[in-house]
Write a protein that binds this ligand. Sequence first.
Ligand SMILES: [Zn+2]
Length: 431
Amino acid sequence: MPASPVIASDFDSGNIEVVDASNPIDVQLKMKKETFTEYDQKQHMQWFHFSVSNCKGTPLCLKIVNADEASYAQGYHGYWAFVSTDQKKWDRTKTSFDGKVIQIELTPEADKIWVAYFPPYSYDMHKELVTFANSSSECEHSVIGQSCQNRAMDLLKVGSGELKLWVIARQHPGESMAEWFMDGFIHELLSDSATATALRSKATLYLVPNMNPDGSVMGHLRTNAVGANLNREWCDTPEKNYKAPTQERSPEVLCTLKKMEETGVDFFMDVHGDEELPCNFLAGEFGLHSWGDKKTYIYQKYVQLAVEKTKPYFQTTYNYGNQLQGKGIKALGGATVSEKFDCCGTTLEMPYKNLQYPVQAEWNHFDCKELGKRFIDVMDSTCDLLKEKLPETYPKFEPWASRPYEVPKFDEPAYVGSHLIKNKSRSNVSE
Ligand SMILES: [Zn+2]
């Protein structure tokens, strides 16, 4: 009888509970629920991250038996989990979901391995990123507030141009791809490349690489330490008799908005991950009454720039669809900022799954970094767009940039191995 695996999650962003680990081919696990979220009237759950020890060479079947109770359970269809022996290199491993239980199959190549929903970006890595940025003469670092558990809310200010661009990430802490994106974005922005230099002269960029440090450390998908879904905390929701942001529940949003009021905002992007769609996409705030032709024009051009300048990462067919006017959630970061500062507020979404659109390709944390790096070029051209004189009459907008746009049904990935594309060159990705 092979040894029983030893499962642990007592580390940064760890999340799992052991039900029964006595049989290596039937290890029963449960994800832990997050603190109750008043706005959503539920306890969120989706993220998992744990280590498995003492099973080198032993075939394992790890079963997450409460997967059907997760916030976006359907998102586990067509998804493969990540496994690592050193917490740096992460590979997908065979995973299935039958609508109830996630089954992760692997034979560990080391005495200890880590399994995660997506490659984690730890709080230590966050601090290293801030230290790196702070050491650059091009960057000014400041702490604009504190989280519920008194972690620093780090803001990086880069550039000296007239336009004020804000990019924030990881309001939803289990969307670790958002901070991988920021890592690539910040490294490139602080480089001496011609595009980065041009961007820094056209704009002043305000960057919050992690909006939710507490939730990140606690292994949450969706909420901060006291259960707030930060992307519903940007303004009051009178229909729910809900006041936000507050110092008690959402100090992370409160201090960010306060700083935005000081600086002004000409363009905003909020970086996220999406559990279901196997592609990268952007969302505008079509549901707002104030989202008119001018914002649609800028949004459409911005998405087109993302497609052109990040080939083949981006596409326009699959997204959240565009709501009818008046139907949007105003308490979203993108919506509140768009309305309050009369600017184009956008939300970037990256997948947990391998890419299916516009190409079938592997998708992992290195790709998120690479996408972040390429967005420097997108942002640079966006500055030119924001400075351009707007047309007298707008051209007819694309269907995906008009309301109401309904998204066609997408096909789930058909995995044929650990990677869909094995020979993809990664030589231009540093780490
Ligand atoms: Zn999100």
